[in-house]
Design a protein around this ligand. Structure first.
Ligand code: NAP
Length: 282
């Protein structure tokens, strides 16, 4: 079997088009503030891509690049300033922060209504409660790509490898939410016999950050495999899934790059739009 490749770039382009059309109907220009502390090269690339994507759909971006030795107090003061700025509807704090800064404490200072990343405890709490709120971008992107290809999680067995607050845990909540209705197992580094667990999945999501962790032996024939991993190796960017081997077993698979990555950016724009629709012109 050779799997259908789920084209995250194409689905992300469709999401961006929808966002652009709704931005036109708003009657004002939504704004996304990006906050980047330090000089991590990968983070610079991510933020540049997000800003460019925002501008392309008609969202104005306001960039704040701060020195690596920025204090917690100064960073939180900037967040307060952005919370109060009526031109800013979404705030993106690029993670990770340099050592010494408390990312969780900064995130908690973001106005939950402007929390474009969906990582504020108020929004994560709303997710637990199954109430509307801004959802984390990567898990939203995973669900959106499945939806686009008509892969309904309802009644399926989903296994998620990884339990981070950024990806694995919120995705588990979103996939098991009423209306989505997958039966979800979360695996992690302490899971014994990972392959035996993942081989039960109808939908397998890998979000571990371990290059090619998932091989053909981890996958049930015909399963859908979503690779969230982005790992820089000597062979370039690779996911958590051994793509070539798994594509022979799975019915559908996301590539890296060009899978979940572009979806994350598109869902950030969708969150910024949703925040702007709710907040209004200010
Ligand atoms: P993280 O915070 O490091 O979490 C990794 C999770 O994977 C942890 O729960 C860890 O278990 C688990 N894990 C690690 N090694 C494992 C193993 N050998 N077997 C089973 N589970 C294992 O990482 P993250 O922020 O969730 O990111 C995960 C990956 O997704 C990274 O490659 C990251 O770059 C990528 N990512 C991609 C996007 C995108 O847009 N495509 C967005 C965000 C992240 P423990 O909890 O037991 O340590």
């Amino acid at each position: 079997m050779t799997a259908l490749v789920l084209d995250g770039k194409a689905v992300a382009a469709a999401v961006r088009e929808e966002v652009a059309a709704r931005v036109q109907e708003l009657g004002f220009t939504p704004g996304l503030a990006t906050v980047l502390v330090g000089d991590d090269p990968a983070s610079h690339v991510y933020v540049r891509n997000k800003r460019r994507a925002a501008e392309q759909v008609g969202i104005r971006s306001f960039h704040h690049g701060l020195a690596p030795d920025t204090s917690q107090q100064d960073l939180e003061a900037l967040i307060h300033q952005l919370n109060a700025d009526p031109h800013v509807h979404g705030i993106l704090l690029q993670l990770p922060l340099p050592t010494g800064l408390d990312a969780q404490a900064v995130t908690e200072q973001i106005d939950p209504r402007k929390d474009a990343d969906g990582l504020h405890p108020a929004n994560l709490g709303r997710l637990v409660l199954d109430r509307p709120g801004l959802r984390p971008c990567t898990p939203s992107g995973v669900l959106r790509i499945l939806e686009h290809y008509g892969i309904a999680p309802a009644g399926k067995r989903a296994v998620i490898v990884g339990r981070s607050f950024l990806v694995g845990r919120p995705l588990a909540l979103m996939m098991s939410a009423r209306g989505v209705d997958a039966t979800v197992t979360v695996a992690h580094s302490r899971t014994p016999d990972l392959a035996a667990v993942t081989a039960q999945a109808d939908i397998l999501v890998a979000a571990a950050g371990v290059p090619r962790l998932i091989g053909a032996g981890h996958v049930k024939p015909g399963a859908v495999v979503v690779d969230v991993g982005i790992n820089r190796t000597e062979d370039g960017l690779v996911g958590d899934v051994d793509f070539d081997a798994v594509a022979e077993v799975a019915s559908a698979i996301t590539p890296v790059p060009g899978g979940v990555g572009p979806m994350t950016v598109a869902m950030l724009l969708a969150n910024t739009l949703a925040a702007a629709e709710r907040l209004g012109p200010g």
